[in-house]
Structures are given as structure tokens and as C-alpha cells.
Design a protein around this ligand. Structure first.
Ligand code: SF4
Length: 88
């Protein structure tokens, strides 16, 4: 399992919610926007990542879980059909 986390700097308004929720993962940079400060994540990080993603008021955080190179859950933990589309 690979977890990919990104912050869309064009959407981030620097509210610091993510840095408060997961200070070992997100940090505000000098430009006032959040930055992902780690490159490796484990399943133990998913709860904090999902919380940060869910409560970001500007939907700037994206958390994707890939298995075997295929996207299995995208933003907000929605399951994917393996082709990047939400499964029913
Ligand atoms: S919670 Fe969202 S808007 Fe606030 S700093 Fe983090 S990414 Fe930016």
C-alpha cells in the first residue's frame, strides 16, 4: 500500500487546521500555505490524514491510497474502482 498526500497551494488559505491535526505531516511554510513534510506514510497515519483532509475548509488536501499502482481510495476515503472512478 502506498499513500500519496498533497496540498493544493492555490486552495490553501493557511488556516493551520491540518498542522494542528497532524503536526508531523503538515507544516505551514513561509508563504503561509501548508506543506507536506513527509514522503512516507503508513496505515497508522491514515486516520489523521483523513481527518485533516475532511476538515480542511478549502478542500486543499488530497489523500490517495494505492495498491499495486492502482488507486483504491481517493479523497474522503471513497473507494475507487481501480480506474480512478468512485465505486458504487
Ligand atoms: S487545513 Fe487546509 S486551508 Fe488550512 S492550512 Fe491546511 S491545507 Fe491549508
Amino acid at each position: 500500500m502506498k499513500i500519496v498526500v498533497s496540498v493544493d497551494a492555490s486552495r490553501c488559505m493557511g488556516t493551520q487546521g491540518c498542522a494542528a491535526t497532524a503536526p508531523d505531516i503538515f507544516r505551514l511554510g513561509l508563504d503561509g500555505t501548508s506543506t507536506v513534510i513527509r514522503t512516507r506514510f503508513t496505515a497508522k497515519d491514515l486516520s489523521a490524514l483523513r481527518e485533516a483532509e475532511e476538515y480542511c475548509p478549502f478542500s486543499a488536501i488530497r489523500v490517495e491510497v494505492l495498491e499495486g499502482g492502482r488507486l483504491v481510495t481517493g479523497s474522503s476515503g471513497r473507494k475507487q474502482d481501480g480506474r480512478g472512478k468512485a465505486a458504487p
